[in-house]
Design a protein around this ligand. Structure first.
Ligand SMILES: C[S@@+](CC[C@H](N)C(=O)[O-])C[C@H]1O[C@@H](n2cnc3c(N)ncnc32)[C@H](O)[C@@H]1O
Length: 238
């Protein structure tokens, strides 16, 4: 019998921002692992680490995967290559590593870039988290989708025509990655007569959470962590 002495890589969903919106399983693992890793901007704090900061026991090794802030559609693959190597060294030495993932690891999460590099060679476990979709619906105090509704998730980074097609064929739409694409999305919603059925949420469940009708949003100030929820048959907000 071969006994594996390598560590396990955990993709740990840490929820959308409120430190209390972490699962008991993620909390247990977060406190138990000797190594944590997390995506971070080139400079400054990692959102995922900030979310769990009050839960950290101290004394853990930390790997910050710092992403260059380029306007490219693709993440910096070399950063993941390097991180996979560093994480792999810990795993090979028998140390478990938890990668902190904002929201849920497999809902548009960058954890997939490590998963595809490491799953063939190491034990990997994904711990699901509360995603921004449900967090935003809760912030809006309105159902995300109900009964036979078709729910569609649309990255606002798509071309305008593609977004319009999706908006026309779904009952409920979550537009994610809004940020600097707010103006484009707003024009499409206006042209389809859907603006009254759309609402904007920024930093859902964080202390900085803001919920607004689209008319009240300043396009230049829309951050990356924002979402627009549209419900064709829902309540008109104005
Ligand atoms: C790359 S996706 C990651 C989603 C994340 N894995 C999840 O489960 O929610 C990033 C997008 O999710 C949305 N998002 C994530 N957290 C959010 C929050 N707290 N409030 C509003 N939108 C959020 C934004 O649209 C953001 O551009």
């Amino acid at each position: 019998m071969t006994v594996s002495s390598t560590g396990t890589l955990f993709g740990l969903g840490v929820g959308p921002g409120d430190p209390e919106l972490i699962t008991m399983k993620a909390l247990r693992l977060l406190r138990a692992v000797p190594v944590i890793a997390y995506p971070a901007p080139e400079q400054g704090d990692s959102l995922a680490r900030t979310i769990v900061a009050s839960h950290l026991p101290g004394g853990q090794a930390e790997i910050a995967m710092r992403m260059p802030m380029v306007a490219s559609r693709f993440p910096a693959q070399e950063v993941y290559d390097r991180a996979a190597e560093e994480i792999g060294d810990h795993l090979a030495a028998g140390r478990d590593v938890a990668v902190l993932c904002e929201g849920d690891p497999f809902f548009y999460g960058s954890f997939m870039y490590l998963f595809e590099r490491m799953a063939a060679d190491f034990s990997v476990e994904v711990v699901p988290g509360v995603s921004s979709l449900t967090a935003c619906a809760a912030a809006l105090e309105a159902p995300l989708a109900a009964r036979n509704d078709v729910l569609t998730v649309v990255p606002a980074t798509l071309p305008a025509d593609d977004i319009a097609v999706r908006l026309n064929t779904a009952d409920a739409v979550a537009l994610i990655k809004v940020g600097r694409h707010f103006g484009k999305v707003r024009s499409i919603l206006d042209s389809l007569g859907l603006t009254a059925y759309a609402r904007y949420v920024q930093h859902a469940t964080m202390a900085s959470q803001i919920v607004l009708p689209l008319d009240a949003v300043t396009p230049e100030e829309v951050p990356y962590f924002s979402m627009i929820l549209v419900h064709r048959r829902g309540q008109a907000w104005r």
